[in-house]
Design a protein around this ligand. Sequence first.
Ligand code: PGA
Length: 254
Amino acid sequence: MSRQKMVVGNWKMNKVYVEGLVLANTVMAQLQQFREDVKVVVCPPSIHIQTIASIYRDYPQLSVGAQNCSHHASGAYTGELSAAMLASVGAEYVILGHSERRTHFNETHQELAEKVEQALQNKLSPIFCCGEPFDKREANQQEAFVQQQIEESLFHLAPKRFEQLIIAYEPIWAIGTGMTATPEQAQEMHAFIRQLIASKYGDDIAENTTILYGGSCKPSNAAELFAQKDVDGALVGGASLHAEDFVQIVLQRV
Ligand code: PGA
């Protein structure tokens, strides 16, 4: 996959069915005339994926993703959803390693490596999240922290498979807090991640990797983040729950 301008909405555990339909439809209506080459991915609660994927079927610019998948292929794992199931109802992407999943559901580097495998085997593009907590940034250890997340969950991949990934840098202290990383902080980390990828997979793959920023991205700060040369787009949480805000962010990613 080549480097792509992209905006992803992570609805988290919000929106019952009808609310989700209204939001998905409003986003589509407002983006119908938008012809720029920006990929827009909506990641609703999994129970809404099938409906939204069918609404977006005729709009190649719009895709649907899941927020998680099991690290198992199938079997006796009550309550879990496999990558194959998500793909079978129209998901094309899956967010993996979000800090909320790492914190509340104890996802480990190893488990995430297995989830990445499951996703790739089922033709879902992983949107792999990484990012440091505040104390690591205060101690100026953010790069070592992110490096370990990426190396331990992704660097076992052969180059052809690594190319299917999207990386999202989400400093934990900026998620849902209103505290955005400055454009300089985002650029610095994105450049570091690209360099890390280059050291393992070479310059071509690094240059072609899409790296998104996430953490309190909103219409008022999107443009300055997108102006950074290594920021290819955004993973948007809170603002993706409001069609106008989400669309405003997309329109700035030209
Ligand atoms: P936020 O969330 O935009 O609400 O900070 C981002 C995310 O968690 O993906």
